[in-house]
Design a protein around this ligand. Structure first.
Ligand code: SD4
Length: 331
């Protein structure tokens, strides 16, 4: 089946193919990201690359696109709040030389990925959390903003009517079978890129699971879970129920499997199968998806459940959307 999704993507693209060609058999990608809407992020990343920007510049520029989009309810502005009504952001960025920065539980700042980059470049640390992260961001000149949009607040107030305050980690993926990228689906963006100098970088940014417990942090800002970059091998990122990604150090495990000789999709599948073996029925209704970019531009992904899509873009700016295989579909 060949389906043009140009209208959906709103980016310049040639024929976009779904599910007919293995991602690893096509033109080497220079940027990949999670979900259909990653296409807009990839377009921003490639534009930066064409202007000579580095891998870090690319993934930061890409991640900032959904962060600024109020209609995306799991990243940045417009993200769904925690149970107490606070929008809290988690983000990480990592370069080819093991430099990395992260923030967790950041409030009132739209571009968590850029704060993470400032942590990487301007502090001796790798992660700042909560009020310390917020204070650092303000000191660095980031503007304060109200991230709780009227739409997100209305969704939260609706949720409150029936809210059971017991920990419930999969409220965001309650309807993961809906259209990929839709409001009910996972929206975290993980983005991996290769700069014009051949060096890799990655970023991951999210507002986390909707209506999470106050203080909860998932996988996204955790190096090795939500993101890992190894310039000699490749990079990986994760989306889905962060508690499950953390259990298998998702992204790091994918990179290590690639180091051992697996292709990107084999490596993602290997780690998803490990998670499924480890957790059994506990993950029957959870979505976890892994996406990998080898340093030579091969791309692969695998998920627990069907429905995970990713956007891959070559150096010429041609974007295609691919559907990942899944554990429960392949069973
Ligand atoms: C988290 N992995 O906080 C993130 C959520 C996510 O799409 O991927 N949402 O657990």
């Amino acid at each position: 089946m060949r389906v043009s999704r140009r209208a959906v993507l709103g980016v310049p693209a040639v024929a976009l193919t779904e599910g007919t060609v293995r991602a690893e058999e096509v033109t080497p990608a220079v940027v990949v990201s999670t979900w259909d809407f990653g296409a807009a992020a990839n377009a921003a990343a490639v534009a930066v690359r064409l202007r000579g920007g580095s891998g870090v510049d690319m993934v930061e520029a890409g991640a900032r696109v959904p962060e600024a989009d109020p209609t995306n309810h799991s990243v940045g502005l417009g993200g769904y709040p925690d149970r107490d009504g606070h929008v809290t952001l988690d983000a990480v960025i990592m370069d080819h030389a093991g430099n990395l920065g992260a923030v967790a539980g950041l409030e009132d700042i739209v571009h968590a990925v850029s704060v993470a980059r400032a942590v990487m470049e301007k502090t001796p640390h790798t992660m700042l959390v909560g009020i310390g992260a917020r204070r650092f961001a303000i000191d660095q000149g980031f503007e304060i903003a109200n991230l709780l949009t009227p739409v997100a607040e209305a969704a939260w107030r609706e949720w409150l009517k029936t809210a059971n305050y017991a920990p419930r980690i999969n409220s965001e993926n309650a309807d993961w079978r809906s259209t990929p990228g839709s409001a009910g689906n996972h929206d975290t963006i993980g983005i991996l890129g290769v700069g014009p100098d051949g060096h890799m970088a990655g970023a991951c940014t999210t507002s986390g699971l909707a209506f999470k417990m106050r203080g909860r942090v998932g996988d996204s800002p955790i190096t090795g879970a939500g993101l890992f970059v190894d310039d000699a091998v490749g990079a990986a990122t994760a989306t889905g129920v962060g508690e499950d990604v953390v259990r298998v150090c998702g992204s790091h495990s994918v990179v290590e499997a690639m180091r051992g000789g697996m292709s990107p999709s084999e490596a993602c599948r290997h780690v998803i199968e490990r998670l499924a073996r480890l957790r059994g029925t506990a993950v029957a209704d959870h979505q976890v998806a892994l996406l990998a970019l080898a340093r030579d531009g091969r791309v692969g992904a695998w998920a627990l459940q069907p429905g995970f899509t990713y956007a891959m873009t070559d150096a010429g700016g041609n974007t295609r959307i691919e559907h990942a295989g899944s554990f429960f579909e392949a069973k």
